[in-house]
Design a protein around this ligand. Structure first.
Ligand code: ADP
Ligand code: MG
Length: 253
């Protein structure tokens, strides 16, 4: 999509877990090429929002449009095929597979390989094409020289970059990152920031949940702030930082 055109439109999203309202009537939009941060104290509902957007959890109420079409109610698979890819707060990789194989699995998420999906064996050309594509993504995140190592042997910071490579391999329109800087050492955070800057110049649209304020404030174009399930503020980093309601929400946590 063209820069600035609507990518995601969340309208009155509600998620209840029994009596608990984890997401309470939240609306926001994301335009193509934007990097948007979703922040808020622990338990604010950020991960739940990610799960609603990716079809991991059904909405209790509300609607989500992606590229102008409703996606609420679709399966995780169907949403991935339309072009939303994500990483997880707790890294989900195949530890016994190589980096290259992990990224190759990501290419399938967008249905780039209908044969595998159908349970048939890939022909050699197709397999070679997918591996080459996976290698390209590993190069993009700076991990090509470790392509044949096992994912489980990597330090956390590298695993997070690998997860991003796997998400990118699906050629997503929107990539959603859940706390990518969590647990990273300073030099790993710097590598991540550099990668995200590259994605920005490439015009990739990003929604990022991040606890590290310094990290997220320096990175994003715009922030959406949640607290106890509700959206309490939205705007540019400087505006949000100066917002008394936001300050109060963080002090109380
Ligand atoms: P955040 O990611 O902002 O820290 P979460 O979205 O993980 O917050 O959680 C929001 C609230 O919803 C919390 O009170 C949490 O305990 C609750 N919650 C999250 N997932 C579930 C679930 N599957 N079942 C019941 N409650 C949940
Ligand atoms: Mg979370």
């Amino acid at each position: 999509p063209q820069r600035g055109s609507p990518v995601l439109n969340v309208e009155g999203a509600v998620k209840r877990f029994g009596g608990l309202v984890a997401v309470n009537d939240v609306s926001f939009q994301i335009q193509a090429g934007e990097i948007v941060g979703l922040i808020g104290p622990n338990g604010a509902g950020k991960s739940t929002m990610f799960n609603l957007l990716t079809g991991t959890l059904p909405l209790t109420e509300g609607a989500v449009q992606f590229l102008g079409k409703p996606i609420s109610g679709l399966s995780q698979r169907d949403i991935a095929v339309r072009g939303i890819a994500r990483t997880f707060q707790h890294v989900k990789l195949r530890p016994q597979m190589t980096l290259l194989e992990n990224v190759a699995l990501g290419a399938h998420a967008r249905g780039h390989c209908g044969l595998w999906r159908g349970g048939l064996r890939l022909d050699r050309n197709e397999e070679a094409r997918i591996m080459a594509e996976a290698m390209t993504q590993l190069e993009r995140v700076g991990l090509a020289d470790q392509a044949y190592e096992l994912a489980g042997s990597l330090p956390l910071g590298t695993q997070r970059l690998l997860e991003i490579a796997r998400a990118l391999a699906a050629d997503p329109v929107l990539i959603m990152l859940d706390e990518p800087a969590a647990g990273l050492r300073l030099f790993e955070k710097q590598a991540l920031a550099k990668l995200l800057d590259t994605l920005r110049t490439e015009g990739v649209t990003v929604l990022i949940v991040e606890h590290d304020m310094e990290f997220v404030m320096n990175l994003v174009d715009r922030l959406v702030v949640m607290s106890f399930g509700s959206k309490i503020a939205e705007g540019k980093p400087a505006e949000v930082r100066a917002n008394p309601q936001v300050q109060a929400a963080y002090l109380g946590s």
